[in-house]
Design a protein around this ligand. Structure first.
Ligand code: 9WO
Length: 244
């Protein structure tokens, strides 16, 4: 997967050299091409922004420099995404769809935004990572790169993707590692049993209960078996009994 990033702050993306994403870059599974928009300024002071027409606070990124930076990308085809609070909110389905693209170009705005005319000219899609305002699109671009990269073949172990949260529409089951006893808390006995059928069943039940507690809205979309429905009802009754 090729990611082009149009940004005034390419150094911010050095965090993507760490961990799983860093390793995937080394392996050549993902290619992150950082384009410094400022390099395309024709101004002797490398200016990239100007005051807004109509007045008001702050600065707006000029269309010409953004357009020239975009035109330097030589990919045959690339999906251009503008990270903005006005976009559709990113979710796991969207992440999986984006992972099928050959090339994605992320446009990161700063200051009070980018001249609307260049947005209308080059952007295919506006995406938000949540309903809050930041100082720029760089962190959202990194969130998108991280989430999409996980679905590129070879980046993660197959099993990790299949077992994870959201893939089956449920939240995750709790995880445990050594030691067997931590403070006064034991690891659930079933996980030490070696009975993998029972363990799978227990984990799925934990996922269902976890989802019921934390995200009941997600549970409405899930087809529970009769056995699982009973299990959940039993949990609800137990909870009403006040023993938690
Ligand atoms: C600031 C501002 C101030 C006065 C009048 C209008 C204004 N608009 C903005 C503004 O939207 N600034 C943005 C800052 C421009 C694009 C990059 N910025 C940004 C992206 N902030 N937050 C995001 C973002 C992107 C994706 N998901 C969540 C937040």
């Amino acid at each position: 997967m090729k990611f082009n990033v149009l940004t005034l702050f390419p150094e911010m993306f050095s965090s993507l050299n760490e961990s799983i994403i860093g390793r995937s870059k080394e392996k050549g599974l993902i290619d992150i091409n950082l384009i410094n928009i400022r390099d395309f300024s024709k101004n002797k002071h490398k200016k990239v922004d100007d005051t807004p027409y109509g007045g008001g606070a702050g600065m707006v990124m000029e269309p010409t420099v953004v357009y020239d930076a975009f035109k330097s990308i030589k990919d045959k085809k690339t999906k251009v995404i503008y990270l903005s609070p006005q976009g559709k909110t990113l979710n796991q389905q969207k992440v999986q769809d984006l992972a099928k693209e050959e090339s994605i170009t992320l446009l990161c705005g700063h200051y009070e935004g980018i001249d609307q005319r260049v947005i209308d000219t080059i952007v295919d899609e506006e995406i938000s990572i949540g309903d809050y305002v930041l100082t720029g699109g760089e962190l959202p671009a990194m969130v998108l790169i991280d989430s999409v990269s996980r679905y590129i073949e070879g980046v993660l172990k197959e099993e990790s993707i299949k077992e994870e949260s959201f893939t089956n529409g449920l939240l995750e089951y709790p995880q445990y590692t050594r030691p067997e006893m931590f403070l006064d808390k034991r690891v659930p006995e079933i996980l030490l049993s070696g009975n993998h059928q029972k363990i799978d069943e227990w984990r799925r039940n934990q996922s269902i209960i976890n989802t019921y507690i934390k995200r009941p809205d997600l549970l409405k979309e899930i087809n529970l078996s009769e056995k699982e429905q009973k299990m959940l009802e039993e949990y609800k009754n137990l909870k009403e009994g006040g023993s938690k």
